[in-house]
Write a protein that binds this ligand. Structure first.
Ligand SMILES: NC(=O)c1ccc[n+]([C@@H]2O[C@H](COP(=O)([O-])OP(=O)(O)OC[C@H]3O[C@@H](n4cnc5c(N)ncnc54)[C@H](O)[C@@H]3O)[C@@H](O)[C@H]2O)c1
Length: 459
């Protein structure tokens, strides 16, 4: 890594040649974490740009896709249906995954993509050899940053699954590389596009809840069976629970409420306190599901089953964010947005607006779609609804391609990727320090005060 914390070209080449990503890139060791030091606050070489990046319009977006497992398959199939896209290359360490996606492309009548299946760092070769506009990845977490950096250093825009990074240094690496090369680095937070989240964002913009003062979000999802599976995420996600204790997956809950609070566009995350409870769920699951002598029963975990954090923003507002993936429970992202005139609360979706709702009583949020459905959902109702989380994944892919084709700033940008992803390591630092407050870096270097608010986008 260079002084600035980003991966320079020479290092990337070495990484490609040696196949030793884990040695060269701290985040690339499975389940590795930073040594929990105070986050780096470099003196950046230049101020952040006056306006978020908007690159030249691209008529046909030529894509190289890396990691076509569970989530990558959803994106690739979406992209094959979106106008103005050509999937030029597919890269996966499992050749069968790349070949399956190649067959989807051929079935869709698209040209045959080149396959890159020569191991964990073959994405470097793809970035160097292929004429691509966008390198999109849905790989395990440890590969997100090396792939994004390789893409941008080879002149490509990049999009990554969540979280974009899990150390603060890596967040800076994404920001600095995007600025240096003038490329987009988009974190694909699909929950920003879900129907209730877009309804709430639209209601916030229309002033229904007054001034927004508080929000809550989280990822509360019983992943025990997935973490112990012998395919997909079972092969890598549980590893993180062995060495990391904090909020490992903050962006689904935080992304939508950050938009409602204009994070990086009028406010910013300033500090976080975090605490984790005991770690029991995975140990008990292993005992209950695997026979005596099975290696899973000997594994030990440090990840508290329930992690809760509080974020204070620069404007003094508060956000509660939770991570809870090791215990039996129904799914929830909490999704609460509260202002001076009322609030929305999810799971189940309810609204209370002073002067409109019966006093002190919730209303079913369904009653609000007629008046406040987000225009993007009006434009695209039903698109991709049969796959990919009820349609939100298709909407996010559609918006990404539209922004690239029209030369617009993307809905989510590298500063959003950094601020939301920074919660991973900052929560770990706070937990390790007895829940002490930890400051967020200002990835925007003051630009959050002037960057324009996210618009109510259309299809
Ligand atoms: N947004 C969402 O709703 C959502 C849902 C699920 C997963 N995800 C995210 O998507 C990403 C992938 O998760 P998943 O569930 O698809 O996992 P997965 O294990 O099913 O798929 C990962 C794929 O990446 C491949 N891979 C691994 N290392 C690689 C490398 N170095 N180069 C090329 N290919 C490589 C694997 O072979 C596999 O095909 C993760 O970041 C996860 O957090 C997001």
């Amino acid at each position: 890594m260079s002084e600035s914390g980003s991966l320079d070209r020479r290092t990337l080449l070495k990484l490609g040649a040696a196949g030793a990503g884990a040695a060269l890139w701290p985040g690339a060791a499975a389940g590795s974490t930073s040594p929990l030091r105070e986050p780096r606050r470099p003196a950046p070489p230049a101020p952040a740009p006056e306006r978020p990046i908007a690159a030249d319009p691209i008529d046909t977006v030529r894509i190289g896709f890396v990691g076509i497992g569970g989530m990558g398959s959803v994106h690739v199939r979406n992209l094959l249906e979106i106008e103005g896209v050509e999937i030029r290359a597919l890269c996966d360490v499992r050749p069968a995954h790349a070949e399956r996606a190649r067959d989807w492309a051929l079935e869709a009548g698209a040209p045959e993509p080149a396959l890159y299946t020569r191991g964990e760092t073959d994405f470097v070769r793809m970035c160097e050899e292929e004429a691509l506009d966008l390198v999109y990845n849905a790989t395990p977490w440890r590969w997100h940053v090396p792939i994004c950096v390789a893409a941008m250093e080879n002149g490509k825009h990049t999009a990554t699954e969540v979280p974009a990074a899990y150390t603060t240094d890596d967040c800076w690496a994404l920001v600095e590389t995007a600025e240096r090369h003038g490329r987009h680095c988009v974190m694909m937070e699909n929950c920003n596009y879900d129907r209730p989240e877009m309804l709430v964002f639209h209601m916030v913009r229309r002033g229904v809840f007054g001034e927004i003062l508080h929000a809550e979000g989280g990822y509360l999802h019983d992943l025990r069976a997935i973490k112990f599976s012998d395919v997909g995420e079972g092969l890598w996600r549980r590893e993180h629970s062995k060495t990391r204790n904090g909020n490992l997956y903050p962006t689904h809950g935080l992304g939508p409420v950050a938009n409602c609070m204009d994070i990086n566009r009028g406010d910013r995350f300033e500090s976080i306190v975090s605490m984790s409870g005991p770690s029991r769920g995975l140990q008990e699951y292993a005992r209950d599901h695997f026979p005596e002598g099975h290696p899973f029963r000997d594994e030990t975990y440090v990840l508290g089953d329930v992690n809760v954090s509080l974020i204070r923003t620069a404007r003094g507002r508060t956000i509660y964010v939770a991570h809870d993936t090791n215990l039996p429970r129904p799914y929830s992202r909490i999704h609460l947005v509260q202002g001076t005139r009322g609030l929305f609360q999810g799971y189940p979706n309810r609204v209370y607006v002073e002067g409109r709702s019966p006093a002190h009583r919730w209303e079913d949020a369904e009653a609000y779609y007629g008046e406040f459905e987000h225009p993007l959902w009006l434009d695209m109702a039903g698109a991709g609804a049969d796959r990919g989380h009820g349609g939100m994944d298709f909407l996010e892919d559609h918006r990404l391609i539209k922004c690239l084709r029209e030369g617009l700033p993307t809905d989510m940008n590298v500063y959003d990727a950094a601020a939301l992803s920074a919660v991973c390591e900052l929560s770990e630092i706070s937990v390790a320090g007895g829940s002490r407050p930890v400051e967020f870096p200002d990835f925007t270097r003051g630009r959050w005060e002037t960057w324009p608010k996210l618009e109510i986008v259309r299809a």
